[in-house]
Design a protein around this ligand. Structure first.
Ligand SMILES: Nc1ncnc2c1ncn2[C@@H]1O[C@H](COP(=O)(O)OP(=O)(O)O)[C@@H](O)[C@H]1O
Ligand SMILES: O=C(OP(=O)(O)O)[C@H](O)COP(=O)(O)O
Length: 399
């Protein structure tokens, strides 16, 4: 097993990796459950008198969610009820100076680590450990704490590099999410198992579908991922809203695999029968997938689909959700996501809802977290854990 905060010596200078990756709307970072959860870890460390520098990422280069962490520091300060200082630099002179001045009980947030090219370089953990980012920062601290369970599936420098050269500990979020998700993987279900797959990240989900073929009876598809599957099934859908680029690159990468999945288990994959879009008057309108004739950017699944998915949920003993079925942040396009989540909440099936964005829908629409068996702040990491796949961050911490 890995070491936890219970094993940490007193008065350490700590580099703590969290995952505060958040929805960004019109440049504004939205508060979400990740902040509250990581704030608990940071509060415990600061209250114990450790000096805490925090490393985190936001978005991916090229996307409009790829922004600095200045707003994150403000949101974290509110959750922690103490100042979280922010430095617009990750491992250069300005950050080294700020780290130098960091006292026990203080918290400092460094700049978005994905602004450093080395973070995302396609390298082995050994090579990541030799990056300038890891070599420089590791020299400034006594130990490294990884609390970023929701990024535990990414072999990036800040996740797999530091534990090779520093004493490494799992934070409280890492520890509790790991325990909860590993326990789920060991459960067996007598009845039917459904998996709701939506959101924007097709590669995370496709790998999972290939691995859970023995466990999952029905996949309920929606979101961008659902449209990619519809496109593979021959429908003329999958057009980005202006300014986004979700479809073409993912289609080029995943077309073949999606076709193979449809060929192998088409009878278990349920695709939307209708979709919703914004009409000229700015209202929600719906159309059956069979009737789609012109290029349209769809933003939700339609009401016929919700009805079908609700009845699958009602017949299931376990339901796992990863990714939203539509742009639920906009009330007009929340019907798919909220409809399915409410259907799950009405039953007493075993249920897990994951994804930083998706889990946010629960509080946004006034649902009760207690109506679900487990709500994870992780998405890709949790669905991988369900399949028994190892997570690189955990492997690194266990070394
Ligand atoms: N048709 C769609 N077009 C654009 N965005 C979508 C669509 N359907 C879902 N989404 C977006 O997907 C996001 C969730 O995606 P993702 O990041 O994959 O999941 P999570 O963060 O829950 O793991 C939501 O914020 C939602 O707005
Ligand atoms: O939000 C995240 O993952 P999730 O969308 O699977 O919950 C993590 O921060 C990982 O981000 P990434 O998928 O851009 O590597």
């Amino acid at each position: 097993m890995f070491k936890t905060l219970d094993d940490l010596p007193d008065s350490q200078r700590l580099l703590v990796r969290i995952d505060a990756n958040s929805p960004v709307e019109d440049g504004e970072v939205r508060n979400n459950r990740r902040f509250a959860r990581h704030a608990e870890t940071l509060r415990e460390l600061a209250d114990a008198g450790h000096a805490v520098a925090v490393l985190a990422h936001q978005g991916r280069p090229g996307r409009d969610t790829f922004v600095s962490l200045e707003q994150h520091a403000e949101i974290l300060s509110e959750h922690l009820d103490r100042e979280v200082r922010y430095v617009p630099d990750t491992y250069g002179e300005a950050s080294l100076e700020a780290i130098d001045g960091l006292g026990g009980g203080e918290v400092l947030l460094l700049e978005n680590v994905r602004m450093v090219d080395e973070e995302l370089a396609d390298r082995t953990p050994e090579a990541h450990a030799e990056s300038a980012l890891v070599e420089t920062l590791s020299g400034e601290f006594d130990a490294y704490v990884n609390d970023a369970y929701s990024t535990a599936h990414r072999g990036h420098a800040s996740i797999v590099g530091f534990p090779r050269v520093m004493d490494a500990y799992a934070g409280r979020v890492m520890e509790t999410e790991y325990e909860a998700n590993s326990a789920i993987q060991q459960r067996e279900f007598d009845g039917r198992v459904a998996m709701v797959l939506g959101g924007t990240k097709a590669d995370d989900l496709i790998g999972v579908m290939e691995r859970v073929e023995d466990t999952v009876d029905t996949f309920l598809m929606g979101g961008i991922v659902g449209e990619l599957f519809l496109r593979a099934a021959g429908y003329d859908v999958g057009y980005d809203v202006e300014g986004t680029d979700f479809f073409d690159e993912q289609w080029a990468e995943q077309e073949e695999t999606i076709r193979e999945l449809l060929d192998s288990y088409g009878d278990r994959i349920r695709l939307p029968v209708d979709l919703a879009y914004e009409d000229e008057a700015g209202d929600r309108a719906e159309i059956a997938v069979e009737g789609v004739e012109k290029e349209t950017s769809f933003l939700d699944v339609g009401s016929g689909t919700v009805e079908e998915y609700e009845s699958v949920v009602a017949d299931s003993e376990a339901v796992f959700v990863k990714g939203a079925l539509g742009v639920f942040e906009d009330e007009r396009f929340a019907d798919g996501t909220v409809g399915v989540l409410e259907a799950i909440a009405r039953t007493d099936c075993f249920s897990v809802v994951g994804g930083g964005d998706t889990s946010r829908a629960i509080e946004l629409y006034g649902m009760d977290e207690d109506d679900f068996s487990h709500v994870s702040i992780a998405g890709g990491a949790y669905v991988r854990a369900l399949t028994g796949e190892s997570l690189v961050a955990i492997e690194a911490l266990k070394r």
